[in-house]
Design a protein around this ligand. Structure first.
Ligand SMILES: [Zn+2]
Length: 467
């Protein structure tokens, strides 16, 4: 009975999602009101703003409002500038020209005063200075925090404990803090670094945060009928769904090698049950997913759309950050408050999964495919950018990838993170703004963009179906 109710709910959800997809407005009819959301990447002139390649035209009749914790206030065109997150309501006049009747600015996002919390993705370099009250630099949350004599610190390694397998806590050692949480507040400086006003060391995420919900296991296997390589989602001894692995071994190996080379050092040595695995799965939508246990699924369509190794390194680094920052778990615990029930009844046991997004929704982890809330996506982007820069890649390829997606695939009515126009615009403009704010003096010209290994991999893939 319960199962029947769940199945019904599932069908309703599927129907609703389909309707939502079909109801997505198309960009052509000028009469249709549209919303555009993104970070201002440039001010073109008095009445024109740019969000990546799209130009936002305003008139004196445009209503401009700013929103912050205190509420709403009227703003003028002169106050609008690069870095601001805004939502514009209006119409497309042309392919890249948008007339904004109403603009709402998210003022919280533009503040120089910032605060946040992140798990350390690697061992901090100057721990003894930090605990000793000295000036130090701390890499956290995709930023460099400058800790000074004025910085208030709660950095007691004896007080914060790592959860261990027996349920008790192991006090932190000064030299093994990768995986521990840092909370911080500070001010963004012109050089892109953060002057830390306060830092606080906290415990790592519990071991459970790195587990698949409902104890679902992701296992490499062979399809019993065809013998082709698959990954299986098993619940107990029941196979809930299968995905075809892309059959060219060199392609799988290339992605695994690149992925492993990008793993931050903090991945080792903590108490978490985490093992990163990279799988190229046959799927014609431009997307990638990171499961809580470190399983990364890279769709063939994404791999086919990506133009160079730097872009792929960014996508992988972004997904790795989702795992290391336990975003699925944080969403469940900090926002939704409860876990979504297991409703994979709609998928025939052992069948190939048609839509990974719907399948993950059934597991209660739709966000690993459809995207997390903006703050968490921004965090994954910041950490992803920092990671590729440290690995010698040109980070400008990251927003370039988003622009290419919008240009080539943007008009498609799909809800997928990496291929949806709205989210590509938001992500691409955030990445552009982040590079401007945080790396203002950087010269990326000499950095790596492509490799012969990437081109050989693309060659080996052959033509790729993208829809
Ligand atoms: Zn993401």
């Amino acid at each position: 009975m319960k199962r029947a109710v769940q199945a019904k709910g599932w069908r309703q959800l599927a129907a609703w999602m389909l309707a939502a997809c079909l109801a997505l407005p198309l960009p052509s009819p000028a009469a249709t009101k549209m919303k555009l959301r993104g970070y201002v990447t440039a001010r073109v002139d008095d009445r024109t703003l740019a969000i990546l390649d799209d130009q936002l035209e305003l008139t004196t009749a445009s209503v401009i409002k700013g929103q912050d914790a205190a509420g709403e206030r009227a703003m003028t065109m002169a106050e609008l500038g690069p870095g601001m997150l805004l939502e514009a309501e209006g119409q497309w006049l042309d392919r890249h020209k948008f007339f904004a009747e109403k603009v709402t600015v998210d003022l919280k996002d533009a503040e120089r005063q910032i605060h946040g919390a992140a798990y350390l993705q690697e061992e901090p370099g100057e721990t003894s200075k930090i605990s000793g009250g000295e000036a130090a630099a701390l890499k956290a949350d995709g930023y460099w925090l400058d800790v000074t004599a004025q910085t208030r610190r709660e950095w007691d390694t004896a007080k914060v404990a790592a959860p261990n397998a027996t349920g008790g806590g192991t006090p932190a050692k000064d030299q093994a803090l990768a995986g521990y949480q840092v909370k911080y507040s500070g001010v963004r400086r012109n050089d892109g670094r953060i002057g830390a006003e306060r830092i606080e060391l906290g415990a790592p995420a519990p071991v459970d945060a790195y587990k698949m919900p409902h104890d679902v296991a992701v296992v490499e296997a062979k399809d019993p009928l065809t013998g082709i390589a698959v990954i299986e989602f098993r619940h107990g001894n029941k196979v809930q769904g299968r995905m075809k692995l892309f059959p060219v071994r060199g392609v799988q190996e290339y992605v695994t090698t690149l992925g492993n080379s990008l793993l931050p050092a903090g991945n080792q040595g903590t108490s978490k049950a985490l093992e990163f695995r990279f799988f190229v799965v046959e799927d014609s939508s431009i997307n990638a997913a990171s499961l809580p246990d470190g399983t990364l699924l890279i769709n063939t369509a994404l791999l086919g759309a990506i133009q160079n190794e730097s872009q792929l390194a960014f996508v992988l680094s972004h997904e790795i950050a989702h795992v290391l920052q336990v975003h699925y778990w944080r969403e469940v615990h900090e926002t939704r408050g409860q876990r979504v029930g297991l409703i994979i009844a709609g998928v025939a046991a052992g069948a190939f999964i048609g839509d990974i997004g719907l399948f993950m929704a059934g597991l209660g982890i739709a966000s690993v495919v459809n995207g997390h809330q903006r703050e968490l996506e921004n965090q994954a982007d910041r950490l992803g950018l920092q990671n590729v820069i440290e690995h010698g890649y040109d980070p400008r390829e990251a927003p370039k990838f988003c622009r290419m997606i919008i240009e080539r695939y943007g008009d498609r009515s799909t809800s997928k993170v990496w291929s949806n126009h709205d989210s590509s615009l938001l992500r691409g403009s955030f990445l552009t703004v982040q590079l401007m704010r945080q790396y203002p003096e950087s010269q990326f010209e000499q950095m790596k963009r492509d490799s012969s290994a990437f081109r050989a991999m693309r060659e080996a893939m052959g033509p790729v179906k993208i829809e």
